[in-house]
Write a protein of this length. Structure first.
Length: 303
């Protein structure tokens, strides 16, 4: 079993914070766009617009397209596990469960990632990491609150969101094995291109989006935000962290997302922060310290 215990430096902590803001916005954008768009069509628009935004940057930086079918296979696999499956499962799940519960379920991603990486013998199963992730998930539940309204089909929605979290863990393993030398911009662009083809087939077969009425301006703005911020830019940041700090560490972003959502509401919208939310954020912060491990090692040396 590899002893991989890649630490997160200050730069990657700041990138994780940025990524948590970018991905945290996806729950808001999804909620707004789902009022007029069916879920699979929304996922298709997300990946196709995101790919269109990254293609000019790829050319600007001189990144070549993959060569032949063999060159595209890794990006098809990553696109399937990192975009098509989780985006579809989570966005469909959000039609059954509220966004607060969806974000809690999304926060199980690091736990799935720890287990997947250990089962594949890519990273050692360290109890410190497992305990830290479990503590972080408890913090998310405290922060969000467990007073969640009951909806029809909520059990199915929970299973779909958990399936999306598991798919993200499998995607991290696949990316680590298949895309070690691919630049983050190229990886983000090519996985979205592959996802566009797959989602065009899926959405076209199931929902036939060309038959839908034209959405309003608010929906298009939500799609644009989802594609540009929560997809195109977010995946450049994601693959940068993945290359530098490893799969388990990059998935810690799902623990940070609820915290940044609360802080943005306070800073931008003037929303109040409750004592429960402060307590949840402190628990999540403690969990990240446990997972990082450096503070604990310093205390052991001092003791």
């Amino acid at each position: 079993m590899p002893p991989n215990d890649i630490r997160i430096d200050a730069r990657d902590w700041s990138l994780l914070a940025l990524l948590s803001i970018l991905w945290g916005g996806s729950f808001f954008f999804n909620g707004a766009a789902l009022r007029e768009l069916p879920p699979l069509t929304l996922v298709f628009l997300r990946v196709v617009v995101g790919a269109a935004m990254l293609l000019p940057l790829r050319r600007m930086y001189g990144i070549s397209f993959p060569k032949g079918i063999a060159g595209w296979i890794p990006f098809v696999v990553i696109g399937l596990l990192n975009n098509v499956i989780p985006f579809s499962l989570i966005v469909i799940g959000q039609t059954f469960v509220p966004s607060g519960l969806a974000s809690i379920l999304n926060a199980t991603t690091p736990l799935f990632t720890v287990l997947v990486m250990a089962a594949a013998q890519e990273e050692a199963l360290q109890m410190r990491r497992v305990a830290g992730v479990a503590l972080g998930l408890a913090g998310v539940i405290i922060l969000r609150g467990w007073g969640i309204e009951t909806r029809a089909g909520q059990g199915l929605g929970i299973l779909l969101c958990l399936g999306g979290a598991l798919s993200y863990g499998l995607a991290a393993l696949a990316a680590r094995r298949l895309l070690k030398d691919s630049p983050p911009l190229g990886t983000a662009t090519f996985q979205l291109m592959a996802s566009t083809v797959m989602m065009a087939i899926v959405a076209g077969t199931v929902e036939q989006p060309w038959r839908l009425p034209m959405p309003g301006i608010a929906t298009w703005l939500a799609v644009l935000g989802l594609a540009s911020l929560s997809t195109a830019l977010a995946y450049i940041v994601f693959f940068q962290i993945l290359r530098r700090s490893g799969a388990t560490n990059v998935m810690l972003v799902t623990l940070l997302i609820p915290v940044t959502a609360i802080l943005l509401g306070w800073l931008v919208l003037g929303e109040s922060i409750s004592a429960r939310e402060i307590a949840g954020a402190l628990v999540i912060g403690s969990a990240l310290i446990v997972i990082d491990g450096r503070a604990l090692r310093m205390l052991q040396r001092v003791g």
